[in-house]
Design a protein around this ligand. Structure first.
Ligand code: NI
Length: 224
């Protein structure tokens, strides 16, 4: 019994001691991977048809979850530079108001690479490492297409790429020398203009959409 208590004490002490050397240093790389969800906060303008505004005719986008991956390089003990990448997200566009009858009328894929500068306020001894960051997002939309019968009525859907600011917060909780649990959230300013035509080409449509999503990621981090 005494021996068990002693070995427990030794294990606890060694966990605490190893904790003292496991946090981030300048020169470290941290790879974080997990499931990432893009949850749009849509603010849609009205649809324009040949320049004429269609009142109360807006769109919405659904959420999507993919595999997210980030790489951070620590340029100082408390400052890192992070690149966010992911497998392509896929969203459906749905009509609202006067064009609600279209239902889910189109879909698009996008990639939102994001470069951030991060600040880690805790000391190196802490196994809990929260961080905040700010950066730039470039979102590329591709494979835009009409669906559910609307491909017979409309054609040539394009969504403009978006460049915008981002803010993020997250934390790592270290479980050993190399591995941590990670959770992170970003707010991204992603705005686009969608254009398309009627199938006979006689009507040109245009709509401005602010997507401005929250992006949530939960997974693991690995330091090397
Ligand atoms: Ni915006």
């Amino acid at each position: 019994m005494k021996l068990n208590n002693l070995s427990l004490a030794i294990i606890s002490a060694s966990v605490l001691l190893s904790g003292a050397v496991q946090a981030y240093d300048a020169g470290d790389y941290i790879v974080r991977g997990g499931l990432a969800t893009v949850s749009p906060n849509v603010d849609s303008g009205n649809l324009y048809a040949n320049g004429a505004e269609q009142s109360n005719s807006t769109v919405d986008l659904n959420s999507n979850t993919q595999v997210g991956l980030t790489l951070t390089y620590m340029i100082q003990d408390n400052i890192g530079v992070e690149l966010l990448a992911a497998t392509p997200f896929s969203h459906k566009l749905k009509g609202k108001g006067g064009i609600a009858g279209l239902g889910e009328f189109a879909k698009t894929k996008h990639l939102p690479p994001t470069l951030s500068v991060q600040y880690y306020p805790m000391s190196k001894e802490s196994s809990f490492q929260p961080y905040v960051g700010a950066g730039l997002n470039y979102t590329v939309f591709f494979d835009e297409e009409f669906i559910k019968g609307n491909e017979g009525s409309f054609k040539s859907l394009e969504l403009d790429d978006s460049l915008g600011l981002t803010a993020q917060a997250g934390f790592d909780y270290q479980i050993d020398e190399s591995w941590s649990l990670n959770a992170a959230v970003w707010y991204m300013d992603i705005d686009t203009t969608g254009t398309f035509k009627s199938i006979d080409g006689s009507t040109n449509y245009k709509i401005d959409v602010e997507i401005d999503p929250w992006v949530y990621m939960a997974g693991v981090a690995y330091k090397f």
